[in-house]
Design a binder for this molecule. Structure first.
Ligand code: SF4
Length: 385
């Protein structure tokens, strides 16, 4: 049983035979991708407050020390990103700051907000006005929280990390896989194109990795909303000295992801944290976001490689490098897809949603202005590294 499965009423049936099959997959069993993609983004570390204390994480700050970007600071970052030719504002957060973070909540109240999510709405509006597409990763979210901000995001995300109960998540406030799956389910029910992934090397077993990937597959089979799955190795930092998985283990984990997931779901390895060149033949087809203007605030010790580095990875692999938006093209309506789009359109979203992206996001992409032109140039394949 996955920890938290009952509490969140989110049953995932992972078949034992499927786990066994996946455990036998090796890099030689999967085909390398025919092209690699990336997104041009800016990191917006909206708040470093987090109710959890994962032992491998340097992102969160304790109560009293956590930061909260002001609307003016957000505007400055996203404007700089838009000026530099980015298309995505990647909002990073801790997970729903609890009531120990009095200063953060006081500040939010001063700005007229009773929750982080209500504030996210305001900063997404700022972002769209400045010409970037928001992609928010606010940790675990209830359906109501996600619903409050979904229409202002091109896509959203949360790492599943693992379905296992690992010590790295231990402590008085324990992050539960069931809650993560609940968030992924909420996104599916709301028709939100979604990014998730596994974290490799935090104490999980190979069996756990296989189960985690198959749980993601099951969520995607139910709702069709998982656009990409990140395979991210844990890395040493000031809070984690447990080391990273070996290249050989990472190659196997990436190959398992490629094998477990349907073809339309991208498999991503973040080149600032993983030896992308050494796993590029294991089925990855995306290199994540690259930022010309801000550091990777989640892992500040590991600066994003320059765009040239991504080109060089693609060149070494002998495949083209293509820029993409934070929402994958197959989730866009037909009139916004490029003429040479040859993928499988995502079909209708589940539930009551009439489209995978809201009218606000569709309008932003099709707008007859500088930002709209930038987005459509990316969709049209006109922009590369
Ligand atoms: S990994 Fe995420 S949930 Fe865990 S402490 Fe860091 S910010 Fe919080």
């Amino acid at each position: 049983m996955i920890p938290g499965e009952d509490a969140y009423d989110v049953t995932v049936d992972v078949d034992d035979d499927a786990v066994e099959d996946l455990l036998s997959v090796r890099p030689a069993d999967v085909d390398p991708a025919e092209e690699l993609s990336f997104a041009r983004n800016v990191f917006v570390p909206l708040t470093t407050a987090c109710r959890y204390t994962c032992t491998y994480c340097t992102y969160f700050d304790p109560p009293g020390e956590a930061s909260l970007l002001s609307p003016g600071e957000v505007r400055e970052i996203v404007r700089e990103g838009a000026d530099a030719g980015c298309t995505e504002a990647l909002f990073t957060f801790g997970d729903d700051p609890d009531d120990r973070y009095e200063r953060v909540h006081e500040q939010l109240r001063e700005w007229g907000h009773d929750s982080v999510h209500s504030y996210v709405r305001e900063v997404c509006e700022i972002t769209l006005a400045e010409g970037l597409l928001p992609h928010a990763n606010p940790g675990d979210q209830t359906r109501e929280q996600m619903e409050l901000v979904a229409d202002l995001n091109a896509s959203m995300g949360v790492m599943l990390e693992t379905t296992a109960d690992v010590d790295a998540h231990a402590g008085p406030r324990r992050k539960e896989p069931g809650q993560r799956l609940n968030t992924i389910r909420n996104a599916g029910e709301l028709g939100v194109p979604f990014t998730t992934g596994i974290l490799v090397g935090i104490g999980e077993t190979w069996q756990d990795r296989a189960e985690s990937l198959l749980a993601i597959r099951e969520m995607h089979e139910r709702y069709g909303h998982v656009q990409e799955v990140i395979v991210q190795p844990v890395v040493d930092n000031e809070r984690w000295s447990g080391g990273s998985p070996s290249v050989e283990d990472l190659r196997r984990a990436v190959a398992m992801a490629r094998d477990a997931l349907p073809e339309e779901v991208s498999v991503q390895v973040p080149p600032n944290l993983a030896p992308a060149r050494e796993v590029v033949d294991c089925g990855i087809d995306d290199l994540g976001g690259v930022s010309p203007v801000t550091d990777d605030h989640v892992n500040p010790d590991y600066a994003w490689p320059a765009l040239r580095e991504l080109e060089s990875i693609a060149e070494a692999a002998g495949v083209p490098l293509r820029e993409r938006l934070p929402v994958y093209e197959r989730y866009l309506p037909a009139d916004l897809r490029s003429d040479d789009f040859d993928g499988e359109p995502a079909g209708s979203p589940p539930g009551e949603a009439d489209a995978w992206v809201s009218e606000r996001i569709r309008d932003a992409i099709s707008a007859d202005d500088e930002a709209g032109e930038r987005y459509r140039a990316v969709i049209g394949g006109g922009a590369d590294g």
